[in-house]
Design a protein around this ligand. Structure first.
Ligand code: FAD
Length: 291
């Protein structure tokens, strides 16, 4: 099943992102997490990819396979390319097709000073084109409401995104953001640039101040004053911070749904409790399709 087809149902799509467990995690922990997520009926679950190394590959493949075969939920497997040769990418594309995993998120991956890039793929659009020309996989990609950290200006960033879509990317998932107005301005730029594929809004509930600060430093998302104040006030009260983070995410989602967003991608951080509380709060909004 191609994920882009899900957006024709006339209601917003709700999807989750999970990451492969650490090597020493027990399989029961994974089952418990997926058992809980399954009960929330996501439209699909995406699985992140650790850059480089066959162990990282296998962990992602195994989890995507498990989501498909044991839970019957559509997996979207992430794949990065900056540290791979053409042959290495070909091998991974073959593995996906052999496992009947139909959807791949084609990513460049972050530049890592300790892992020199291989030069077959410089940008995600080159990976998208390669996958489109060499497989029948459905291709998703990443986008950045506030611009990608490396890009000098928003116009160039959106033109690069257009290249990625023209190369064959049929669905986009956004980087996390905490101010919906930034997302709406981005959507407008994207539509003006002729990007008409479904764009899901990436929402990350804050449950831990340090973790959010690290993410924000890495991805360049800005923190609205009211969000920063919330984290500051409750940083030493984990339960209160979690509740405030869930309420903030729910508020963002209610507004997005009311504005007719294509879908919401919840960065679950492998925390099914938080995913459950958010999903249950917005369930009826996702079921309600406008007449
Ligand atoms: P690209 O689309 O290639 O963009 C990268 C930069 O290059 C941008 O600044 C862009 O403007 C610029 N650019 C693009 N084309 C050109 C061109 N022709 N000329 C000049 N400049 C150009 N990382 C992981 O390691 N594993 C994951 O599982 C993962 N999942 C992610 C999921 C989502 C939803 C998002 C938003 C990010 C994810 N990332 C992941 C992080 C991602 O790998 C990094 O943000 C990376 O730095 C960029 O990847 P990209 O695919 O967006 O790259």
């Amino acid at each position: 099943m191609r994920i882009s087809g899900l957006f024709q149902q006339g209601r917003p799509v709700l999807s989750f992102e999970v990451f492969p467990p650490k090597r020493d995690s027990s399989i029961d922990t994974i089952y418990r997490m997926l058992d809980e997520l399954e009960g929330l009926h996501p439209d699909f679950i995406s699985v992140t990819y650790g850059a480089g190394g066959s162990q990282a590959d296998h962990a992602t493949f195994d989890l995507a396979n498990l989501i498909k075969t044991r839970y019957g939920i559509e997996p979207l497997m992430h794949l990065t390319c900056i540290n791979y040769s053409r042959e290495e990418v070909a091998e991974r594309v073959r593995m996906l097709e052999e496992s009947h995993i139909d959807n791949v998120m084609a990513l460049r991956g972050d530049l890592n000073p300790d892992l020199p890039p291989k030069h077959d793929f410089r940008y995600a659009s080159e990976l998208v084109r390669y996958i489109r020309e060499n497989s029948g996989l459905a291709i998703s990609g990443a986008c950045y409401p506030e611009g990608h950290v490396e890009c000098e200006d928003l116009v160039s960033d959106i033109l690069h995104l257009r290249q990625k879509v023209d190369a064959g990317c049929e669905h986009l998932v956004s980087q996390l953001f905490f101010d919906n107005n930034l997302f709406y301005a981005f959507l407008e730029r994207a539509r003006i640039a002729g990007i008409h594929v479904p764009i899901e809004a990436g929402i990350m509930p804050v449950t831990n101040k340090k973790q959010i600060e690290r993410m924000v430093t890495l991805c360049g998302a800005s923190l609205p004053t009211k969000f920063a104040k919330m984290m500051q006030r409750y940083e030493h009260f984990p339960e209160a911070l979690r509740d405030a983070g869930i309420a903030y995410a729910v508020n963002q989602i209610v507004d997005l749904a009311a504005q007719g967003v294509d879908g919401v991608h919840l960065y679950t951080m492998n925390n099914p409790l938080v995913a459950r509380r958010i999903s249950e709060s917005v369930q009826s909004l996702f079921a309600a399709a406008p007449a």
